[in-house]
Design a protein around this ligand. Structure first.
Ligand code: HEC
Ligand code: HEC
Length: 323
């Protein structure tokens, strides 16, 4: 008997020590920083470039969907130009992430961050303070000229003073930050510029690197953001922002005849669908911002999606109970 108690005592002490060491390790490593090159990108004053940036910010790249306060939801739905003053909350398992103010305000926005710092966070996902940014933004492969256009436009925005609360990281999030989350850089060679036209090539660029169609319409692990299903076959379950009791499931947007949404949508149906905006109010899709997509952009995206192999994957109903 005595021997067993002694043994259990040592197991207890051993386990306690292990937890202590792990806790100290996580506390030290959770704020680890990373290095990445600073892209040679500088804002310009050319009005055509600034206009291109504005079109991307309030259209395909839908920055306002995430960087405008939630009170602006109706204006965003109407596709309006709302200030990017931050404060949108994403409540995901690792943390309550609160988006930063990205207006030109020097104190509470990005007014004092150099162009190269902004360019590095969008291209290499290494934030201004060196931390790895969570994979919310898909802009790593943006062309040099589109990155320049976006930053040039951000420089022209009206500064809005708005101090956004800090994101709140849970234990799981701190463990992931210490051990798993690393910055994700470009996956292909960066192009100087990509010509906006109705080609499959431009559609692919928009769907993957700008509008994040792939990021939402592919199944992903909610904890790490990693892709776990075939691209564009849907099945990514996101917590609804309107009703926490529901999960929103992204549909399959391939042309698979039985399970793909594109099978029964002509190019014109697709364009008309985007003009309508949100139909399912719990939807996470930034329909309001996508109302600002041009027909050319929509054609390109449609043609790209129609060109990829159909994938059979029944994603079931769009709204399901969150457990
Ligand atoms: C799907 C939501 C989403 C979209 C769309 C989005 N962002 Fe973000 N952005 C975030 C989140 C979330 C963070 C904070 C990430 C973190 O702290 O890990 C962030 C952080 C940032 C940062 C701060 C990086 C740093 O250095 O700390 C900048 C700058 C930024 N976004 C700019 C943009 C621009 C410009 C666009 C549009 C071209 C955009 N974002 C679109 C969600 C989004
Ligand atoms: C933030 C996540 C998100 C992004 C980004 C996103 N979607 Fe969606 N999408 C959804 C969800 C969720 C639904 C299901 C609810 C709905 O219909 O609004 C959906 C629905 C759809 C539908 C079906 C609509 C219908 O009425 O049948 C199509 C088509 C579609 N998305 C295409 C796209 C394309 C193309 C892009 C990129 C330009 C895109 N989505 C970007 C989440 C997203």
């Amino acid at each position: 008997m005595k021997i067993i108690f002694k043994f259990l005592k040592w197991v207890g002490i051993g386990f306690g020590l292990f937890v202590l060491v792990m806790t100290i390790f996580v506390m030290i490593k959770k704020d680890r920083t990373f290095d990445a090159p600073y892209p040679k990108i500088s804002a310009v004053k050319d009005s055509l470039v600034i206009q291109r940036g504005k079109n991307l910010v309030y259209g395909a790249a839908h920055c306002a969907y995430c960087h405008a306060p939630i009170e602006k939801v109706d204006a965003i739905e109407r596709g309006e130009i709302v200030p990017l003053s931050g404060g949108h909350v994403f409540d995901i398992p690792p943390a309550k992430i609160i988006t930063p103010n990205i207006t030109a305000d020097k104190e509470t926005g990005i007014g004092n961050w150099p162009d190269s710092v902004l360019a590095r966070s969008l291209r290499y996902m290494v934030g201004h303070d060196g931390r790895a940014l969570l994979e919310f933004m898909p802009f790593q492969n943006l062309s040099d000229s589109d990155l320049t256009a976006i930053i040039s436009y951000l420089r022209t925005t009206e500064p809005v003073k708005n101090t956004v609360p800090k994101s709140e990281w849970r234990l799981l999030g701190n463990i992931l930050k210490a051990l798993v989350i690393e910055p994700v850089g470009p996956s292909e060679e960066i192009q100087m510029s990509v010509k906006p036209d109705s080609t499959i090539e431009y559609g692919k660029y928009l769907a993957q690197s700008v509008a994040n169609c792939r990021g939402c319409h592919t199944d992903r692990d909610m904890k790490t953001g990693k892709y776990v299903g075939p691209f564009y076959a849907g099945g990514f379950k996101m917590p609804s922002e309107i009703n926490p009791a529901l999960l929103v499931v992204s549909p399959n947007i391939t042309t698979d005849p039985t399970t793909g949404r594109l099978a029964n949508m002509s190019e014109n149906d697709f364009i008309q669908r985007f003009k309508k905006g949100t139909i399912i109010k719990e939807s996470m899709m930034p329909w309001g911002q996508f109302k600002n997509l041009s027909e050319l952009e929509l054609k390109a995206i449609y043609r790209y999606l129609a060109s990829i192999p159909p994938i059979a994957n029944n994603t079931g109903p769009v709204l399901i109970p969150a457990e």
